[in-house]
Design a protein around this ligand. Structure first.
Ligand code: CP3
Length: 698
């Protein structure tokens, strides 16, 4: 009975949209915990202080004595501006530079912040603190300061005040605008657009707002895309929950009615209480809509209903199309309970999940036969064949996940470069990228359009694949992809890549940011098309030391991973990364993929319990006999020591000349040995120091 009640008192399988950014992952798991299907589309991106270029330019001008006055418009902006300056200059120096010039505070808030900083204010603007008062004060009470010919910086927070800036310019002032942003739109707007679409199409039935800026950003994107009216219409039909009064005010400002505010303005209560009432509110809305549908049949017609019940006030749509049956929860897909996804979530499994990099490839006769007829690139572009290759490999091997058959470098063509696979020599990309002009020539990519065949292949494969098997998507990381673009193919020394990185950090940054952005879109579109996890390959990053990794690679991998829609496990893989593991973990990923140059247990101990681990049998071990393969497999399982969160894989891709029977035998061994280990608890001790001699006895 209690169980039934509890089951009813949650989202019960409804799709729940949220716009939380910083706590996106937490939001997704809260929604899941209360029975919802999360669709978290971060609406904000925190702008790192060092990216506030305008603020830093202001600092340089201020310290060089090139300003006569600064107008501080807002308290928050003033504080943030000083924070940014402090990343470059000692506070004393900043305050000293401000002392020498005219300081204007628009109202009590900037006054407070400037006092705290012990900056002497020259002019405080009287109420109502509009720009008209600022002009009057500057013209009439400026204590020796004259507008014509002066150089004035205006701190802005949010939208610039154009009439004010024009009025200053009209008086002969040289104006320096200083916008200090804290939040910007996310780099990849696709998740936000998909969320809007899900709401408009009635697939999502609940929406959670956790701050006011999310409302502004959502409406900005919808306005720019021309979907604002549809979105507003959709928001009348779904459950709209707001974390607290400021957020509700922003919603009201856009004419969006709120169904619910939690008892405490926090994420937990917001999700829980919305979960408890979602179904009931939806029912009420649907009933109201039916009641009113006897009236005018125009679907966009709305009426205001106030039942007096808390949480049910507001505007309801008269759209008669909405029916209770649409609110029934979708069935949970079978792959959710797969060993692979359970391991990604640190859940207990009956046997260690295993899949193999390059599991669909030349070691397999079926693949070689197909390749004798179809060139590699052509194969990648044929969704029916891709599905066949992917599904056949997964099913024949009996692995726990399929990886979509494609290539890391497909993205190169829409960037405007030529891609070719030379016989036996790997990919050749022309022309290689060597300088800024080459980077500028890269074309803008909309992966969903230019790689439509790839996404079609994912949809098709997902439909053809056993529903119990998860499908893994993949992408290169910015560094590994950049190395192919710069070298024009594979490389031993990465000398051109490193030369660009060391010689022209501006060009490097431009390229890496560009790639990070494209790759995020590339990945998010794979998630939309139907993959359950994504592996990001930073295959060649081991050519760098930890310091170079942190400086030239980590920020961009992080940029890419942070913008990936939460809720999908990400496997972050590289080779030769023994020195980089912690730094890779810090860049992001649910699972860290390790190669055979590290002991798995040791690597896991360094990485800590917060991440799952994948790996790491040397692919060449498969050239040995079955006893040797079994011994090495057992050694890895022993290192994992039965802990939750281990996915068995090779340390790198299967080699083309690997004996097929050994690959099949390996998969069975992993399952047999691990299920015995798990059921008998034979190796429950996390013994990462597993001694070499002892392990050889297996
Ligand atoms: O793992 C899988 O089963 C999925 C398929 C997959 C391929 N490439 C198929 C492929 C995946 C995940 C990749 C990723 C990839 N592609 C990486 C990163 C993976 C890694 O090994 O770390 C890289 C660096 C590439 C680029 C690439 N594609 C190279 C260097 C080569 C030539 C090397 C080779 O093995 O021939 C390719 C071609 C390629 N990609 C083949 C396959 C099956 C061989 C093509 C053929 O059939 O001749």
């Amino acid at each position: 009975m209690t169980g039934t009640l509890a089951a009813q008192a949650n989202f019960g399988g409804l799709e729940v949209v949220a716009f939380e950014s910083r706590h996106a992952q937490e939001m997704a798991s809260l929604i899941t915990r209360f029975g919802g299907v999360p669709r978290v589309a971060p609406a904000l991106r925190e702008v790192p202080v060092e990216e506030n270029a305008a603020a830093l330019a202001f600092g340089a001008a201020l310290l060089a004595g090139k300003l006569d006055a600064v107008i501080f418009m807002t308290g928050v902006g003033t504080r943030r501006l000083v924070d940014v300056l402090e990343t470059r200059h000692p506070r004393k120096q900043i305050v000293k530079a401000l002392e020498g010039i005219t300081i204007v505070a628009r109202g009590p808030k900037p006054v407070k912040v400037l006092r705290e900083l012990q900056v002497a204010i020259t002019i405080t603007i009287p109420e109502p603190n509009t720009w008209h008062e600022i002009l009057t004060e500057l013209e009439e009470n400026a204590r020796g300061f004259t507008l014509p010919g002066s150089r004035v910086a205006v701190q802005e927070y949010g939208a610039p005040n154009e009439p004010f800036l024009d009025a200053l310019r009209a008086r002969g002032v040289q104006v320096m605008r200083v916008p200090v942003y804290h939040w910007a739109l996310p780099l990849d707007l696709a998740p936000l657009r998909k969320a809007i679409q899900a709401l408009v199409e009635g697939r999502a039935q609940v929406v959670l707002f956790t701050n006011a800026a999310q409302v502004e950003h959502l409406m900005r994107v919808a306005t720019e895309d021309g979907t604002k009216e549809q979105l507003l219409g959709a928001l009348q039909k779904v459950v709209v929950a707001s974390v607290g009064p400021t957020c509700s005010e922003a919603l009201a400002h856009h004419g969006i009615s709120i169904d619910l505010e939690p008892t405490h303005p926090k994420m937990g209560p917001l999700v829980q209480e919305t979960g408890q009432r979602a179904k009931e509110i939806l029912k009420q809305k649907a009933e109201n809509s039916r009641q009113w549908s006897a009236g005018p049949s125009d679907a966009s017609h709305t009426v205001t209903v106030d039942s007096g019940e808390p949480g049910t006030r507001g505007k309801f749509s008269t759209d008669p199309k909405l029916r209770i049956s649409e609110l029934e929860p979708a069935a949970r897909p079978a792959w959710e309970d797969s060993r692979f996804l359970r391991a990604c979530r640190f859940e207990v499994v009956d046997a260690t999940p295993v899949w193999l990099m390059r599991q669909a490839g030349r070691y397999m006769k079926e693949y070689r036969d197909l390749r004798a007829r179809v060139p590699f690139l052509e194969l990648c572009k044929n969704p029916a064949l891709v599905s066949e290759v992917t599904v056949t490999a997964a099913e024949k091997l009996g692995v726990d996940a399929a990886i979509i058959f494609a290539d890391l470098l497909l993205i190169v063509e829409p960037l405007g470069l030529h891609l070719e696979y030379d016989k036996g020599e790997g990919p050749v990309i022309t022309p290689g990228i060597r300088e800024v002009a080459d980077i500028d020539r890269l074309q803008d990519v909309e992966p969903e359009k230019s790689l439509a065949y790839f996404y079609e292949a994912i949809r098709r494969t997902r439909a053809d694949l056993d529903a119990r098997l998860p499908l893994i998507g993949f992408a290169g990381c910015p560094f590994t992809l950049a190395s192919y673009l710069i070298e024009g193919g594979g490389s031993r020394s990465y000398r051109h890549t490193k030369a660009l990185m060391y010689r022209d950090s501006g060009a490097w940054r431009a390229l890496m940011e560009r790639l990070a952005r494209v790759l995020t879109q590339y990945i998010n579109a794979q998630i939309d098309a139907g993959v359950q996890a994504v592996q990001v390959f930073d295959t060649w990053v081991g050519c760098l030391g930890p310091e170079d990794y942190r400086e030239y690679v980590q920020p961009y991998t992080r940029l890419m991973l942070e913008a990936v829609r939460p809720g999908t496990p990400m496997i972050h893989f590289g080779t030769g990364t023994a020195m980089l593991l912690e730094a890779m973990r810090d860049a992001g990923g649910t699972v860290i993929g390790v190669d055979s140059h590290v002991e798995l247990g040791h690597a896991w101990q360094r990485l800590g319990d917060g991440v799952a681990i994948q790996g790491n049998l040397d692919p060449v071990v498969l050239h040995g006999d079955l006893d040797f393969i079994r011994m090495r497999t057992q050694r890895i399982l022993n290192q994992a020591a039965g802990r939750t969160g281990h996915i068995f894989n090779l340390g790198h891709g299967l080699l083309p000349d690997t004996p097929y029977e050994n690959v099949v035998a390996l998969v069975k061994m992993v399952h047999d040995l691990s299920s015995e280990q798990i059921s008998t608890g034979r190796n429950p001790v996390p013994d990462w120091k597993f001694s070499r001699r002892k392990s050889d006895q297996y």
